[in-house]
Design a protein around this ligand. Structure first.
Ligand code: OGA
Ligand code: MN
Length: 292
């Protein structure tokens, strides 16, 4: 038994966790959180200040942690932590066009974290340290619901298709100049293929796509992206999106298997936004009901 409870949001996804401290999770709690993650997609812990080492410990309770590309964004004391901050090492806020800002603005596209890996991320855990007064929300799209909106004929076609996901490609699409990737990183992240329709442990299915997906295997890239854009345009029209309004000391855990997410713009060159992230590695390749 745990004292853990979940209060679902009045939204297409998400729940607030009550009755548990994020920094004191036992195995029973983690198991309950894992199940809730698949059911709700996103879990919110509110109002606890989480230190960097606590964040790493919380992440490890869920699984192995990824070390992300972009060495300059790793916390020097905790390489598993990705510092998503528009405040430079010298304490100044970034300029709109400098590489650090370009990278952050790159997350304004719908995407799912680490889909460029053979075994993509299970979940991301993001802790808010400083949040802007206006903008900077994060939107999440429930891609099982998005799939259910696709007409049957299109869905049947998608079921036999795979998408190519590539870090190098998505990075090249960032909105401005970036520091070049190292040769090592380039070699470490070759393009991978995943089924477009992904099947989950509970038998549910979702669309697996987003900003790292460059094209459909065997199809014209421009045509592929046109189709991606059509689907993404539907997300906000239909009721599949939850928008998180951050408060300092929010801790969000989201499921990268079933959701897409994107940052909403804010005044990046003037308002501080400081977030710390750990990414929990997945344990298996995305599966498909149809593809071998
Ligand atoms: C990311 C990301 C969203 C945010 O780090 O991949 O999508 O709200 N961040 O900062
Ligand atoms: Mn992301």
């Amino acid at each position: 038994m745990t004292g853990l409870g979940f209060e679902p949001f009045d939204a297409p996804l998400g729940a607030r966790v009550v009755g548990a401290d994020p920094d004191a999770l036992g195995p029973d709690e983690v198991q309950a959180l894992q199940a809730a993650l698949l059911a709700h997609g996103l879990l919110l812990f509110r109002g606890r200040t989480i230190s960097p080492s606590q964040l790493v410990a919380i992440g490890r309770a869920f699984g192995e942690l990824e070390i992300l590309p972009e060495p300059d964004k790793r916390d020097p004391n905790h390489p598993e932590i990705f510092n998503l901050s528009n405040v430079r090492a010298d304490g100044e806020i970034v300029e709109f066009d400098e590489p650090q800002a370009v990278f952050l603005r790159g997350t304004e596209r719908w995407h799912t974290d680490s889909s460029f890996r053979e075994i993509p991320a299970l979940c991301t855990i993001l802790a808010a340290v400083e949040v802007p007064k206006r903008g900077g929300q994060t939107q999440f799209a429930e891609m099982r619901k998005a799939l259910s909106l696709v007409p049957a004929e299109q869905r049947a076609e998608m079921a036999s298709l795979r998408l190519v996901h590539s870090y190098e490609w998505s990075r090249s699409m960032n909105p401005g100049r970036m520091n070049p990737m190292t040769e090592d990183e380039r070699a470490k992240y070759p393009p991978v293929e995943h089924p477009w329709i992904r099947t989950h442990a509970d038998g549910s299915e979702s669309l697996y796509m987003g900003g790292h997906a460059s094209h459909i295997v065997g199809r014209d890239p421009a045509e592929s992206r046109h189709w991606f854009a059509e689907i993404e345009a539907q997300l906000s029209v239909h009721d599949v999106v939850y928008e998180h309004q951050w408060q300092a000391d929010d801790l969000l855990v989201w499921d990268n298997r079933t959701l897409l997410h994107r940052l909403l713009p804010y005044d990046i060159a003037n308002e501080r936004r400081v977030m710390r992230r750990v990414t929990v590695a997945g344990t298996e390749r995305p599966k498909s009901r149809v593809l071998a």
